[in-house]
Design a binder for this molecule. Sequence first.
Ligand code: ZN
Length: 324
Amino acid sequence: MNSLWKTIVRTRFVSMNLLLVVAVALGIAAASAVGAPPAFDGQRAFADLEAICAIGPRISGTEGMQRQQDLLVEHFTKLGAECAVQEFDVAHPQTGEPTRLKNLIVSWHPAATERVLLACHYDTRPRPDRELLPRFRDLPFIGANDGASGVALLMELGRQMGSLSPRYGVDFVFFDAEELVYVNGRDDYFLGSEHFAKTYKATPPNYKYVAGVVLDMVADKDLKIYYEVGSLHYARAVSTSVWDAAKRAGVKQFVARRKHEVRDDHLPLNEIARIPTCDVIDFDYPHWHTRNDIPASCSAESLGAVGHVMVEWLSRLPDFSPQR
Ligand code: ZN
């Protein structure tokens, strides 16, 4: 701002109109620097979602997953976050071969010893196995909503982190192998979040997570997000704080009524790591686990709505610290 004024002062033929325009612009800049939350850009998040989907399937242990991870590490490092990869092997559910899984942990204000966690899964289901016709079940599954939506939301939220000063440190955690599931009932879900939770419990770090939010399927064109039953059971205060943030932000897509009980990555966090974590998920998605889970079934407006709520939530986090 200073240099702009200097330029104006040095220019001899500045019309009054230009001065007025500059003064108004500076006034707006000053107003937005004080109090107003940063603007989560749903369109930009949607472009991120398209870029992630353009990689193709991001099945755990594959080249597509590695390319996504490289993209995310570059993205968040450029934004000034610290990136760490938590690696471990599992037996591949089909072949039994060792398969390398990788959770990605992106830390903001890493010195803070009390932290909140925002998480999503970043793997895609191997096959669109809810297709009615068996011949479609071996086609590629893109996972625009079920996979890319949480990733895209955190990518855009990352761009806002520099202008937020949350009460707690913030980690974005990308879980691998939420659904490395070829056969329902045979293959295990939540391999990444379970490993993360077990590691946190077995070798506690020098910080503590006081609350968590899992974001999953948050880009459905027809977005309605209800309280998830297990989240109210394990993390009522966290759940209500998110829906309260939605109310303050005027985001109508968050409905303060319970509806589904969903098995998701929040369960290992609550049950093993004892991090009170709620699941933000729109489970009424007609294209769930079908080949139509593509960007055209998603919308920038929906991503913008959820992003706006998360910015509001981070801006006014309640006191989640354990009572001393
Ligand atoms: Zn899924």
